[in-house]
Design a protein. Structure first.
Length: 206
């Protein structure tokens, strides 16, 4: 997203806050609500709505890697490059991930593992060896204040969410997997990964 687009979104968020505040105040003055609305109630309502908007997570890149098991090629590792829409602290320990393949659903929790990519290859990074099939980790590309690496907080950082797929959720060629990110508060982000033909080991999802 370019700088102009980001500025526009920030302006919309601020405008939304003013509108919600005005509505709440108008309700107080005119007595149009059935219950008494205090200034604290109005502020809490505005904060809840703004929290939903500003904790939106962008997916900047999504890639996977094919492996051959018993002669069949399937994507067994996926990595989603994420970045918050607005720079603010988001506690990543509350992020859960849902995988859906059309037959079953799996919920993943944070493993507590986040490491800088350094000079490592994304899919050959040592952190993969520390993950199981019920959790996810992070390969961090940008984290100037080490908030994610040291404190499990993502602000203006960028990092690949990395997921190992077991036999039931690995993606065969021309099949798909739906991934949904649920932050502890805010708007969920869903993407569908369609596996291409395994011409090369690394697949880029559109």
């Amino acid at each position: 997203m370019n700088k102009l687009g980001s500025t526009g979104i920030v302006s919309i968020i601020i405008l939304t806050g003013f509108i919600l505040s005005s509505i709440a105040v108008a309700s107080i003055i005119t007595g149009e609500t059935q219950e008494t609305v205090t200034e604290e109630d109005a502020e809490e309502m505005v904060n809840q709505v703004l929290d939903e908007i500003t904790t939106y997570i962008q997916i900047k890149d999504q890639v996977g890697k094919f492996y051959s098991t018993y002669g069949e090629k399937k994507i067994e590792k996926i990595a989603l490059l994420i970045k918050p829409l607005i720079i603010q602290d988001i506690d990543i320990t509350g992020l859960t991930i849902k995988l859906t393949n059309g037959y079953d659903i799996k919920i993943l929790n944070y493993s507590g593992k986040a490491e800088f990519i350094g000079k490592s290859s994304l899919f050959e990074h040592d952190i993969w060896n520390e993950l199981d099939y019920g959790s996810y980790g992070f390969v961090v590309t940008v984290d100037k204040d080490r908030s994610l690496v040291d404190h499990n907080v993502i602000n203006g950082d960028m990092a690949y969410v990395i997921i190992k797929l077991d036999g039931g959720f690995s993606i065969p060629q021309r099949e798909s997997l739906t991934v949904t990110l649920f932050p502890s508060s805010g708007i969920a982000r869903t993407t569908t990964l369609d596996a291409p033909l395994a011409i090369k080991p690394i697949a880029t999802f559109e």
